[in-house]
Each structure stands twice: as C-alpha cells, then as structure tokens.
Design a protein. Structure first.
Length: 336
C-alpha cells in the first residue's frame, strides 16, 4: 500500500516563470548554433535593404548637392571675395561686400516695395484661394466647370503669362484700353504700367489670375480631408455657418493654410519674372524687387558678383528667419 501511494503521488508544481526540469525541458531546447545561424541570416537582408534604400536616395542626393548645396557654397565664397563679373576672383573682401550691398541706393526702396507686394499678394491669394475652395466644395451643379475655369491659368508659365498681360496692358495694341474708352469709363488711352501704383496693382492682378487656382487646389484638398462627422456634430450643437467656419473649418485647415502661406510669402519675396517683363523696375525705379536688384548689381551697372552674392546671402538669411517664424506662428496651440 505504501509503495502504491508513493508512486501515485503527483510531482510538485513548478513555480511561475521557472524553467521545467528533467528530460522534457531538454527536449524543447533548440539545437546549438541555431540562434547564431538565424542572426547571421537576418543581417544579410538588412544590409541589402539599406543598400537598396541608399540606391533609391542617391539620385535625389546628387540632385540636391549639385543644384543647391554647391551653388550655396559658391555664393558664400563669392560674397566674401572681390569678384567682378569678367575678371574672376581677386581675393578676400569679406566685410566690404555686405556693406556695399546695404549701402546701395536702391536697397531699402527695394526691400520696402518687396514687403509691400508680398503682403498684398499673400492676402489676396490666400483669401481668394480659400473662397474659391469653399465655393467649389459647396457647389454641386457647376463644380466641374468652376474647378476647370479657375485652375486653367495655373497651367500657363509665369513668363508666358507676363508677356500675355504685357500685350493686354499696352495702350497701343492691347484691347483693354480701347474697351474702357468705348464703355465711356475713360476718355483717353490708359497706361496701366505708367505709374507706380498702376504698375504694382497690374502686376498683382496678373499674379492673382495666375496662382489663385493653384492655392484653391491646395486648400480644397485640405477641406476634403476634414471628416463630415465633425460638421454633423457642430450642426447638432446648433452652430451656424459662420460659427462652423470659424471654430471647425479654420482650425482643422491650419496645416493647409500654413503650407499656402509659406509658399506664397516665399514666392512673393523672390518675385522677379513678372516685374522684369512688365515694368523692368519702372517707372522711375519704383517697382524694383530685391531679386531684381541682385540681378542689376550682378549683370547691369556694377557687374559685381561679390556684392550681388552678399545681397543673396542676406535674402537667404531673411527667408530662413521668416519661414521659421511662420512655422512657429501657424502651429496649433497644443503643439506650442
């Protein structure tokens, strides 16, 4: 009886987390060298994937190096050197180039005009782009026609559009001035580009016509990304259209607005084509932008690449500071 009871006694329980003892535990162990072999086999796909990733990124890296990094380094060297247009590098001239760039008689006038143009163009483009996006989003019957008609000017190049408007604004061959005379609005041919204010607003009209559809497209994508459940919840809470727009649409559209604002401000600060084709900086040098001043210093008048490069470095630093301020200012309150 004692032998049977001893043999029927169950084995003691194994504590939680402890490895079982005996032959059963040894049977479950993997053979030696298996872990090492699997780790060795895993490293090879990882290295091949990394090499493949570098291969995919190599064309973009070369593109950035050749067309951005190297030119910036070259401009930095020019800004610190005495570098006439036709004579080449004559040695270090570090502080004088920046002083000459700031002391240029058109420097502050070009800065003031560029900032003025940037503010006007940004407000009009963002406002009209958002208005067109809301109109296209709400409209159902004429949606396709409105989208196409507003977006078509964006397919035209800026230089081509500037040449087109230069012909339209011409009092001799353009159709706008004779049409205004026939309607009795004016008594004599109108020179749209003959006065500082007329040249500014004529150029602004060209830019709005050319880029309003582009910003409409960007903001329309942002509007389509807002869930409909949010608007339904706002309606259930009793919010009207203006309350929904101010408390739902604008906060959720913040990333798209930030992108559009940064692109618009940067493009306006670097404006060159439209003013060079339409006004050549006139009348009386009243529409010279900062980039056009860089062009004039480098290739017209002074023919000094060193001073032009110094002014380019100043513009680049200002753009970086402005973009950083815009990114921080457009962040959501919880992100700050």
């Amino acid at each position: 009886m004692s032998v049977q009871s001893a043999s029927s006694t169950p084995p003691p329980p194994v504590p939680h987390g402890a490895a079982p003892r005996g032959p059963a535990a040894s049977d479950d162990r993997p053979p030696r060298g298996t872990a090492t072999g699997s780790a060795g086999r895993r490293r090879r796909p990882g290295r091949s994937q990394a090499a493949r990733g570098w291969a995919y990124a190599a064309p973009t890296a070369v593109f950035v190096l050749v067309l951005f990094v190297f030119p910036v380094l070259l401009v930095g060297q020019m800004s610190a050197s005495d570098w006439p247009l036709l004579a080449g590098n004559r040695g270090v001239n570090f502080p004088d180039n920046f002083g000459d760039a700031v002391d240029n008689r058109f420097f502050w006038d070009s800065v003031v005009f560029t900032v003025k143009y940037t503010v006007i163009a940004t407000v009009l483009l963002i406002g009209l782009g958002l208005g067109f996006a809301l109109l296209v989003q709400e409209s159902s019957r004429w949606k396709s026609f409105l989208r196409t008609s507003i977006l078509v000017p964006s397919a035209l190049g800026l230089a081509s559009a500037s040449l087109l408007f230069y012909a339209l604004y011409s009092p001799q061959v353009g159709p706008v001035s004779p049409l205004l005379e026939r309607l009795g609005i004016v008594d004599e041919p109108v020179s749209f580009l003959g006065s500082p204010e007329g040249a500014l607003w004529s150029t602004v009209f060209l830019i709005v016509w050319r880029f309003a559809g582009f910003y409409m497209l960007l903001l329309m994508v942002g509007l389509q990304g807002i869930p409909h459940e949010v608007y339904e919840a706002a309606r259930m809470d009793g919010a009207n259209r203006w309350q929904t727009f101010g408390r739902v649409t604008l906060p959720l559209l913040r990333p798209s607005l930030a992108l559009c604002t940064i692109m618009c401000v940067t493009g306006s600060l670097l404006a060159f084509d439209q003013f060079y084709i339409l006004t050549k900086g006139g009348p009386d040098n009243s529409t010279i932008t900062v980039v056009q001043l860089i062009y004039n210093i480098a290739f017209q008048g002074q023919n000094d690449l060193g001073v032009a490069a110094a002014l380019s470095i100043i513009v680049l630093a200002a753009l970086v500071l402005i973009n950083v301020a815009q990114v921080r200012g457009m962040r959501a309150p919880e992100e700050k």
